[in-house]
Design a protein around this ligand. Structure first.
Ligand code: 2RA
Length: 292
């Protein structure tokens, strides 16, 4: 029986991943590790660690672990490392791949709604404003949120990650560059604005999307509903409602009042599931089916 390790098993993503592995009956053994533990030889491992630990562990483990799935941002933009969402670009994993990066949670929700449209529409530009849950910031932020007087209490905080010299936040830059890489659309223009809101779990985004062609709303809805793990809802969908669910939801689709090649919509998804642990579990399943 194959053995898959979860490294950083005590963080929010690590714990959610344990539950994901328990939920599905797949034939492998799971072993749990802290980020400082000695790691034995494994068939595969998911690194639920920060950039620095992931960089160190990938180097250390490359001869002992068959496949590494990294949840941090460290390798995501490395051209030699596939950045994979199994519904979108499983083909990015080749027989030679040993290290796979799992994307940023906000980018994941966004591209889940862009990818299904690509066969019909040439997407040119996307603007989004995110309403990101506290759980996306990890266990410490969640604890801080539950402490009275927290900056996040009853608030919206328009900075996620670190502020860069160009005025963008690191989270916004991930939205730009990871979107281009996952969708293989190096020219697509991405206008991100990321905000942390006083919601415990599940991210949401307001999105404006521009294509070369005029959008047909019923066609967009059908393309979304035919895509795995994505649903269009005619009712409004809120993060609180869908927290704990595996689907990414879109709602409030409308065509721009002046330009037929622009649509606006809202999406909500569980950032710890499709935005992180579910995506990692799907990558492991894909590896088991094809390469392990
Ligand atoms: C966040 N996307 O919500 C980030 C990291 N997981 O903070």
């Amino acid at each position: 029986m194959k053995t898959v390790g979860i490294i950083g098993a005590n963080g929010l993503v690590g714990r959610t991943l344990q539950k994901e592995f328990e939920r599905i009956s797949i034939p492998f053994k799971t072993e749990l590790f802290g980020r400082q533990d000695d790691i034995p030889s494994l068939d595969a491992a998911v690194l639920c660690t920060d950039n620095a630990d992931s960089a160190r562990l990938c180097e250390e483990l490359k001869t002992r672990v068959g496949f590494l799935v990294d949840m941090s941002a460290h390798f995501r933009l490395d051209p030699a490392v596939p950045l994979v969402i199994p519904e979108i670009n499983p083909q990015a994993i080749t027989p030679h791949t040993r290290l796979i990066a799992s994307p940023n949670c906000t980018t994941t929700g966004l591209v889940m709604t862009m990818a299904p449209l690509l066969p019909k529409y040439r997407l040119k530009e996307v603007f989004f404003c995110s309403y990101q849950a506290i759980s996306g910031g990890g266990k410490k932020l969640l604890e801080e949120f539950h402490t009275s007087g927290s900056l996040y209490e009853n608030n919206c905080v328009p900075l996620i990650g670190s502020l860069q010299e160009n005025g963008y936040s690191s989270e916004e830059l991930k939205g730009i560059y990871e979107t281009r890489k996952i969708l293989s659309l190096p020219q697509v223009k991405v206008y991100p604005h990321t905000v942390r809101v006083a919601v415990e779990n599940a991210h949401s985004l307001g999105v404006t999307l521009k294509a070369e062609e005029p959008f047909i709303l019923e066609e967009v809805k059908s393309l979304w509903n035919a895509f795995p793990n994505l649903r269009y809802s005619e009712e409004i969908v809120t993060p609180k409602q869908i927290s704990g669910q595996h689907m990414t939801y879109a709602c409030r689709l409308r065509r721009d009042l002046e330009e037929a090649n622009i649509i606006h919509y809202f999406i909500a998804f569980d950032n710890l599931l499709k935005g992180a642990a579910m995506n990692a579990r799907q990558i492991i399943q894909l590896l088991l089916e094809k390469y392990l």
